[in-house]
Ligand binder design. Structure first.
Ligand code: NDP
Length: 293
């Protein structure tokens, strides 16, 4: 059976290290690092994410600024808030919770964030920095995946990596990060021919598809390391109940893989921990304080 990669425990350890570094930052800078989270509308899942982000930010000794705007907020009002946060010296990181209501253009809104406060790493400047190997902010979920991979495998150089999914949020930055780790990277997507054959040559499989239990154990190279980014809610055995599953069929994959992330408890907990890490990095850069890593 595959070793279980415990993202929950890794994220806890990361948050503990961030809390120590955050206390040192507050002492050196005379203020805590600050994260502003902007939520437009009342999407229930987004409300839960924003609440958890706020709680964990404070638990790590940082300041949390929550801006909850009504669903009918105009683009001009949202851009005015972002402009104000861009120049607020207490705010090191700005996160606009996605998805935004349909009348707001996500690209316009993300482009308005100061790239040096873009702790989500979605601004085109940070996308370009990642692609060209310059220091910037990297999207939290894929960076969390690389942390788990390096923790398990050490150097990833020369490994065959297959990323399934090419979204701007997960698949593409994941591929860039693995390339930066000197993996040989293949990016698969909905138009890929014979996905099982593509996956079968991978030492590292990252599934970011959004299709419940799509990747089967029979597709995997024995001993492969499998990172399951998917979060899918499906009906549970008990009528009326639901449960979370990943994009990988855990039951079959865990009999073939060398190591695998579970869902829940794998990649999911890493995302907020990495967001806090990015915020602390931003704070050090903004305040000109050197970070001991
Ligand atoms: P998107 O829907 O933006 O992208 C999905 C990708 O999967 C697309 O590139 C699509 O290809 C590809 N795809 C769809 N069907 C197939 C198929 N049959 N075979 C191969 N590829 C396929 O999703 P996200 O990247 O935003 O998210 C992916 C998953 O990760 C979701 O389950 C999401 O909930 C989860 N997630 C988890 C996070 C966490 O914190 N753990 C954070 C973010 C996302 P094409 O481009 O051709 O359409």
């Amino acid at each position: 059976m595959a070793e279980v990669i415990d993202g929950k425990a890794f994220a806890e350890g990361l948050r503990e290290r961030i809390a120590v570094a955050s206390t040192a930052f507050t002492a050196a800078a005379g203020r805590p690092a600050g994260l502003a989270v902007v939520l437009v509308g009342e999407d229930p899942a987004s409300q839960v994410y924003v609440r958890n982000k706020g709680k964990q930010t404070v638990a790590c000794g940082m300041a949390s600024f929550e801006h909850k705007l009504p669903a009918d907020t105009t683009e001009a009002d949202l851009l005015a808030l972002i402009a104000q946060l861009n120049t607020d010296p207490a705010v090191d990181g700005i996160l606009v919770q996605l998805p935004l209501p349909a009348h707001l253009n996500e690209q316009t809104v993300i482009a308005a964030i100061n790239p040096d406060k873009d702790v989500d790493g979605f601004h085109v400047v940070n996308v370009g920095r990642l692609a060209t190997g310059m220091p910037g902010f990297v999207p939290c979920t894929p960076l969390g995946c690389v942390m788990l991979l390096r923790d398990r495998l050490g150097s990833l150089a020369g490994m065959e990596a297959v990323v399934i999914g090419r979204s701007n949020i997960v698949g593409k930055p994941m591929a860039q990060l693995l390339l930066a780790e000197s993996c040989t990277v293949t990016v698969a997507h909905s138009r890929t021919h014979d996905l099982p054959a593509v996956v079968s040559r991978a030492d590292i499989v990252v599934a970011a598809v959004g299709r419940p239990e799509m990747v089967k154990g029979a597709w995997l190279k024995p001993g492969a390391t499998v990172i399951d980014v998917g979060i899918n809610r499906v009906p549970a055995a008990e009528p009326g109940k639901t449960r979370l599953v990943g994009d990988v069929d855990y039951a079959s994959a865990s009999t073939v893989a060398g190591a695998i992330t579970p869902v829940p408890g794998g990649v999911g907990p890493m995302t907020i921990a990495v967001l806090l890490r990015n915020t602390l990095v931003a704070a050090h850069r903004n305040a000109g304080v050197v970070l001991d890593e």
